[in-house]
Design a protein around this ligand. Sequence first.
Ligand code: 4AD
Length: 573
Amino acid sequence: MMAPIHIDEAAGSDISGDGTTEQPYQTLGVALFSHSSTESFLIRKDPTGTYEEPTQSSLKKAKKTADGLEKKKKKAEELAEREAKEKGEEKERREKLLEDSKKIVLEEDASLIKAKKAKISQLTELRSQRVRVFGWVHRLRQQKDIIFLVVRDGTGYLQTVLSGRVAQTYQALTLTLESSVEVVGTLQAVPEGKTAPGGHELIVDYWQVVGAAPGAEDAFTNRLNEKSDPSIQADLRHLVLRGETASSVLRLRAFLLTAFRDALTSHSLIEVTPPCLVQTQVEGGATLFKFDYYGQPAFLTQSSQLYLETCLPSLGDVFCVQESFRAENSHTRRHLSEYTHLEAELAFITFSDLMDHIEDIICKTVDLLLANPISAALVKQLNPSFEPPARPFLRISYVDAIKWLNEHGIKRPEEDAEGNAVKDESGQTKMVEHAVGDDIAEAAERQMTDIIGTPVFLYGFPAELKAFYMKKMPGKDGEKTVFTESCDLLMPNVGEIVGGSMRIADMEELIAAYKREGIDPEPYYWFTDQRKYGTCEHGGYGLGVERFLAWLANRFTVRECSLYPRWPGRATP
Ligand code: 4AD
């Protein structure tokens, strides 16, 4: 005789139970469903009770449950069978379709009017003509027998329509996103009520894949999508750049550099290209990248300012767009280890002229960008609520800024003699009021610009907070003060985007400044010579291009504004 099937209504399990005394079922219904009704069943309420035969009425009820479960199981089996069959048929149909598609060989019809090769941005003038476009498959959608592609070539996006034979080739049926393609056909304005980039679409009569991108596991969207982790996005920056936002930011960056150059040139400045490999520091030893240069110590440049100063007697007012390098261990959203530094230097000016000039250049650059329909559209796309800044920019002296911070309750972390933040009893950083002489740290500066909400010049920083070359501000009696003719331009959302100053013009004063900062004057002989051979009052500034772009395009971080951003630990790709 077979062993009876056990059910324990309290301690049994319908999932892992098998009817033994060790693993009883929980319900009689499931026990009946899982075993033949000819077997004998023993049931108990809970482990304290004894196993007994089930009553007739409980058997009857359980039978109903078991029948229901049986029906459900049958249905699921039928469905699975049908699906497998359909899948098999679909697979067969697809395989046949693919096999047949190999027989369709497209050839360009030589009897048609010759197609004109064009970039997507040039197409408006070529409406109703036959055109040839090369690009990458940005979007791909199949609707019945028609394939819609959006092709991207860097200059724009083009909707293309493949139907009939051109949509039936093996390449058409296996086409993947990010493959490169050649598409040829007639450009038609889209029917009223429909939209497409540029207002037209290409009705393709011939096309081919130039370079296929993989599908399945290695497909583009499997390697990268919106949900990808930031470190993956950083590793795959080369693929991120293919996206609409990243490419628009970089396109705007290109227009921005052109606009800056035009604005500066219109102010009679000329462009020079100073070296990146240098043997002098500009902004302090703490942020220098040092390296061995044929057995001698050298650095990657922090700023081209000193070289620009040497150009004044030769070329007049000058500017450069050069990479600067800062070995700061800053992981903030406005610091890069390498950034594009737009610097300018002007001779025979006053401090006030310098701030006027910076304001002019920034406003002119913005005006130029908004006057060009392509860059204006990029600004609108990336920063829809952008308004050109109102003039004149606010100018607040450093001393007034310290007052302003205290009036607005914006504090700074207290620091001990080593510069470490002091903690209170509960372990929180102790915050104290600002005092004249304090550096205005990034957090306070950001709060300030966010409250003010417009560009603002802070000027007249204490000499001890600033670089060695800055000119001291004269006091009322003509005596030098402890403050410098220096200015930082702060923008909402970003903070400091420009740092500038008047420079020490007097040789003796410069030599004293080297001494004060503990700088060996010897490697600076060429910089000192500027004061020796016909000195002049002069000043200049440096603007962080990525910071400016972050402000203009409303980007969260400068990392989005650089082609391949570098920050501590990151130099790939
Ligand atoms: O204020 P900074 O250090 O000034 C100079 O280097 C001067 N010698 C420039 C000059 O007068 N010719 O830097 C100028 C600007 C900053 O206002 C900021 O916009 C940008 O350069 N900048 C950085 N941008 C990104 N990442 C960093 N680590 C930056 N450091 C400075």
